[in-house]
Ligand binder design. Sequence first.
Ligand code: FE2
Ligand code: FE2
Length: 181
Amino acid sequence: MNPGGPLRKEHRLIEKMISIIGNETIHIKRNNSVNPVFIDTAVDFMKIYADRTHHGKEEHILFETLTDMDLSTEDRSLMKELIADHVRFRNMTDNLVSLKNVFIKGRKENLSEIVETMDMLVRHYPEHVRKEEERFFPASLGYLSEEKQKLILAQFWDYDKNMIHIKYTQVVTKLLETSQR
Ligand SMILES: [Fe+2]
Ligand SMILES: [Fe+2]
């Protein structure tokens, strides 16, 4: 297996969530109402799984390894574009949390902004996956020896091992802040 293997597998799960978000967007438009629990669940997935776990491995391990290598101008600029995409998705997710918080406080008029933000994620994420799978991952293999690829896979595994602890430390921290004392 090469480093693209686990990343492609993660893409398949992210795509499922993106398609669920797409369906929920249609539901929101049709019913003119937002289910805050849905948004919380989708945001949790986008933050912990898509961003920290998946983009985290891409940026901190794969891209980090490639950054000191002699990448072609085209591959280096594609890598920068992918990082910029990650920032954009991160901002969309944060925006969705703020909009939902305002919405549940009674400002119902921002429903259209919630729909717009969810639509943006649904429209742009598949293109990001395509850029990685069709262009960047295959190109990156050209720079990585078998040895380097094995090392990256081992680093991916190490990175993933910590995620469950990060996730539940966050859950406890949040509950400590919000639970009744
Ligand atoms: Fe990515
Ligand atoms: Fe990716």
